[in-house]
Design a protein around this ligand. Structure first.
Ligand SMILES: [Zn+2]
Length: 379
């Protein structure tokens, strides 16, 4: 198995499919950079249907909790340059169109990966817009998300959009969104233009989300991070995105937000960034340097223990990393996430099946956790 073609052939022919994600990563890392504005891509097995997953004789639904889309009407409202950038598989498939053909392509892509349901979300591009425009964009997003879910109720559900920068509006939007069972919560960035979610101005949103049982899907997005993030390697994303999520979660933990809203359901993208791989450092911080911690705040448990009340996607690339994530946060807290249609993880089932986790844990991560958390009954 020394070529991408042979690798893919092996995947296609295997009845129980395990993949060498490391090999695939190596091949992708060797792909020469391109300066084309739009980089086409299709799943290597597009046109084929992945075999259903059976574990201990039971068919396990595969639910992808981290997927993206944009709608042309909303992007147009935001104005030129608000959204598009030339990521692989980006514009031609997930941006700005919601035609039946685009949705059908998306379903074929899901079939190739073995994903039964995607939870759609729109990365926020309206945090800098005024109340009227941001509200309009939100309305367009949520209307279109609802329409796709209504048309394909067993293939799509969604995290809605809210104007997080205007908490009073966001609360109303949350209420409206959660009246539709296709919506499982809302997607937010990792801060509002640099203001962290621990800021009291956002607490009414978390209170409402907690009351409604709405999941808050935290997804970072290329915030400018200064000169050291310039240079080759797409560092604002490769390092910056996981770092943003790490900072967001750290604030929520250390500033007592998770104590204040203990039933708040937070889902962190990209395996929670760097936090779960180094969580225990948090437990020593205030002991080593008390001056760096607020004496008015007494947390109810060790900082690292809060990770067991947060949910994480499994987008950490290797079975070893996924096993470590599960050991830190618990199998009940991890769910499939691929970033679809961006091809960060093209073999989500194999990614999980190749771990040494128990069958019960694998089934939970593939779909049973998501079904329970999101009240999904038909897949
Ligand atoms: Zn993403």
């Amino acid at each position: 198995m020394n070529s991408r073609r042979q690798f893919i052939k092996n995947i296609a022919s295997a009845s129980v499919t395990f993949c060498s994600c490391c090999l695939l990563d190596t091949v992708q890392a060797q792909t020469p950079p391109t300066k084309q504005p739009f980089i086409s891509h299709q799943h290597p097995l597009l046109g084929k249907k992945h075999a259903p997953v059976f574990i201990d004789g039971k068919k396990i639904p595969v639910i992808d909790t981290h997927t993206h889309c944009f709608f042309k009407e909303a992007v147009d409202l935001a104005g030129n340059g608000s959204v598009l950038f030339p990521v692989r598989s980006g514009p031609q498939k997930f941006s700005p169109d919601d035609t039946d053909q685009v949705i059908q392509q998306r379903i074929e892509n899901m079939d190739a990966k073995g994903v039964d349901m995607e939870v759609l979300s729109v990365n926020a591009f309206w945090y800098g817009k005024d109340r009227a425009l941001a509200s309009q964009i939100i309305e367009v997003n949520n209307r279109n998300l609802a329409a796709i879910c209504a048309k394909h109720p067993t293939r799509f559900s969604a995290f809605g959009s809210i104007t997080t920068q205007f908490p009073d509006l966001a609360i109303d939007q949350l209420e409206t969104i959660m009246k539709n069972p296709s919506f499982k919560g809302v997607a937010v960035m990792a801060s509002v233009l640099g203001t962290d979610f621990s800021d009291p101005q956002f607490h009414p949103i978390w209170a409402k989300a907690e009351a409604l049982g709405a999941i808050i899907f935290i997804h970072p997005e290329n915030i400018p991070m200064g000169n050291r993030f310039k240079g080759s390697g797409w560092m604002p994303n490769s390092i910056g995105n996981p770092l943003e999520t790490t900072i967001a979660l750290q604030h929520l933990i250390f500033e007592g937000v998770l104590d204040k809203f203990p039933r708040l359901k937070i889902l962190a993208a990209h395996g929670g960034g760097f936090l779960p791989t180094y969580a225990n450092r948090m437990d020593h911080a205030c002991f080593i340097f008390p001056g760096g911690c607020d004496p008015q705040l007494t947390l109810q448990k060790k900082p690292s223990e809060y990770l067991r009340q947060i949910y994480f996607d499994a987008l950490v690339f290797t079975p070893e990393a996924l096993t470590q994530l599960v050991s830190q946060v618990g199998a009940s807290q991890v769910m499939v996430g691929t970033d679809s249609p961006i091809p960060w993880e093209e073999f989500p089932i194999e990614h999980i099946m190749k771990t040494p986790l128990s069958n019960q844990d694998k089934a939970a991560i593939l779909g049973l956790n998501a079904m329970k958390l999101m009240n999904i009954t038909a897949v």
